[in-house]
Design a protein around this ligand. Structure first.
Ligand code: HEM
Length: 247
């Protein structure tokens, strides 16, 4: 999820079991304790992820806004943005008894992992207004792809892969695999789960928080009509209220 390559430090997303299992148990406990309070706001696509982060990190609105701004700048690879994000997160308390640097990188992971993915999912919901959220996540995965680094050689899909190679899963392709999903491009009630939250030990620990945001928006009165523009550069569609359009 991040390009976090610090050797020798405890990193949730870059560790394997048994270390990962130990770290994950603690992080799951932290995430479970977050109790977000959502307000009906002007822009749920930006506000609900920020209110979730406020509950998770126990921070106030101005800092959360700053983190949201910096997370966007990190995603855009703006020079210095990652360092500014780390500096902003340094004073934030962490409930886990970890080394200070490990705490810092975990806070960064939680910030980056939660904001953009949730915004993208909420944007899909505002656009499609489906009844079935799981089917929406299958057809419109908020995270498009995810990479893994091979530590030893392996065979995958008939291909031999060597240690050091990278493999990437494209969730949109996996979620529409015709061998698994009948009529994969259709909206249907499915018995088989999608992969949009990942799979295996690293499967997203923020699923409940993400679904809580989606359910909150689903239960809210529909926002004013908006026009969405697909973007090649950002997962979150660019959106503009139709009423702002020039006549
Ligand atoms: C709709 C919104 C979200 C989507 C689609 C999503 C999706 C994902 C995916 C695909 C992964 C990688 C799983 C893997 O490696 O197999 C992941 C990991 C992760 N997500 Fe989410 N996520 C969402 C929201 C959140 C939220 C709200 C949080 C906040 C707690 C969060 C925290 C994390 C963390 C910490 C990891 C790394 C877990 C690990 O490596 O053990 N995510 N997420």
């Amino acid at each position: 999820m991040t390009s976090d390559t610090r050797p020798g430090l405890n990193s949730l997303n870059l560790s394997d079991p048994p270390l990962h299992t130990r770290l994950r148990t603690q992080v799951d406990g932290w995430i479970r304790s977050a109790r977000p309070r959502y307000q009906a706001d002007a822009n749920p696509i930006r506000d609900l992820p920020r209110q979730t982060l406020m509950a998770l990190l126990q921070i106030k609105e101005p800092l959360a806004r700053r983190l949201q701004e910096l997370a966007i700048r990190v995603a855009q690879h703006r020079p210095g943005a990652n360092q500014q994000l780390l500096e902003s997160l340094r004073p934030v308390a962490c409930p886990l008894d970890w080394a200070a640097e490990d705490q810092l990188y975990l806070k960064r992971l939680l910030t980056l992992a939660s904001l953009e993915s949730s915004s993208a999912a909420l944007a899909s919901l505002a656009r499609h207004r489906p009844d079935d959220l799981e089917e929406m996540l299958r057809l419109h995965p908020p995270i498009q792809r995810f990479g893994r680094h091979l530590l030893r050689e392996a065979r995958l899909g008939g291909q031999f892969l060597q240690a050091g190679q990278r493999v990437v899963v494209f969730f949109a392709a996996a979620n529409r695999d015709p061998r698994v999903f009948s009529e994969p491009d259709q909206w249907k009630t499915r018995k088989i789960g999608h992969l949009s939250f990942g799979f295996g030990p690293h499967r997203c620990p923020g699923r409940a928080l993400a679904m809580g945001q989606l359910r909150h928006l689903q239960a809210s009165p529909p926002p004013p009509p908006r026009r969405f523009y697909a973007s090649n550069f950002s997962l979150t569609p660019y959106e503009e209220p139709i009423s702002d359009e020039p006549k």
